[in-house]
Design a protein. Structure first.
Length: 241
């Protein structure tokens, strides 16, 4: 098999599977396939995996890996590497699954999006144009990180790209939607942050009481933002109580 990835050790209890250096849907698809396979078929001794834009890190217990191995002569690193090579061979032949599209209502501007005027001014646009551009694409969720349920989205139009705030806020309200550089995303929980806040969604993005599915979004999902009025926002919030 012609490998378009490489596996390298990260200390004695983890390896990194690297797929290149570019942030792209094609590379994400390879990472997602491997993650999905490991989710269904974890090897004995696997602790967890962590996805990034261009790689996937697999953590494992080397003693458990060696104990379960038929070939005791191989190191835990080699056993894990061999398993991941086999996973890659299987996932390359797998059919591409259809992405889950999540529609997210956002009330833009005002007290919900205090930085939208700055984003508009910075990019020589009107506020309405910022909203139209922001709601046009379907955004790919590359991964979840930073805080519980926080989505790293790809696909934002460069016409609304805006630098982070010079002075981060000590507290950004939960469900705030923001822009930082060429990224957009949402804060599932209240946290400090330096993104330019342009709106707030009415949907809960992270529910710690939902043991089965606490995060609204998952890696591989597609996100479609759409604008709602404050009255619609409040109605959706009320319906979730």
């Amino acid at each position: 098999m012609n490998k378009d990835y490489e596996i390298k050790p990260l200390g004695e209890t983890s390896v990194i599977v690297k797929f290149g250096n570019a942030i792209s849907p094609a590379i994400h698809n390879k990472i997602q396939r491997l993650a999905d396979y490991l989710e269904k078929y974890p090897f004995t001794g696997m602790v967890e995996y962590v996805m990034s834009y261009t790689s996937l890190v697999v953590y494992y217990n080397p003693f458990a890996v060696k104990k379960a191995a038929e070939n005791k002569d191989k190191s835990a690193l080699q056993l894990v590497t061999d398993y991941l090579d086999g996973c890659m061979e299987k996932t390359q032949a797998a059919d591409e699954k259809k992405a889950n599209v999540v529609e997210i209502p956002v009330c833009y501007g005002g007290k919900y999006g205090p930085d939208i005027e700055f984003v508009a001014e910075y990019n020589h646009l009107s506020v309405d144009e910022v909203i139209q551009i922001h709601t046009a694409p379907e955004y790919l969720v590359y991964m979840i990180g930073f805080c519980p349920g926080f989505p790293y989205l790809g696909g934002m139009d460069e016409r609304i790209a805006t630098p982070r705030r010079d002075m981060p806020r000590l507290e950004i309200p939960a469900r705030s939607i923001g822009i930082a550089g060429q990224q957009t995303g949402g804060y599932p929980i209240s946290t400090p942050g330096g993104w330019q806040i342009i709106g707030r969604t009415a949907l809960e993005m992270f529910n710690p009481h939902d043991d089965a599915n606490p995060s609204l979004l998952h890696s591989g999902d597609l996100v479609k933002f759409y604008a709602v009025s404050e009255a619609e926002y409040l109605s959706i919030r009320e319906a979730q109580k």
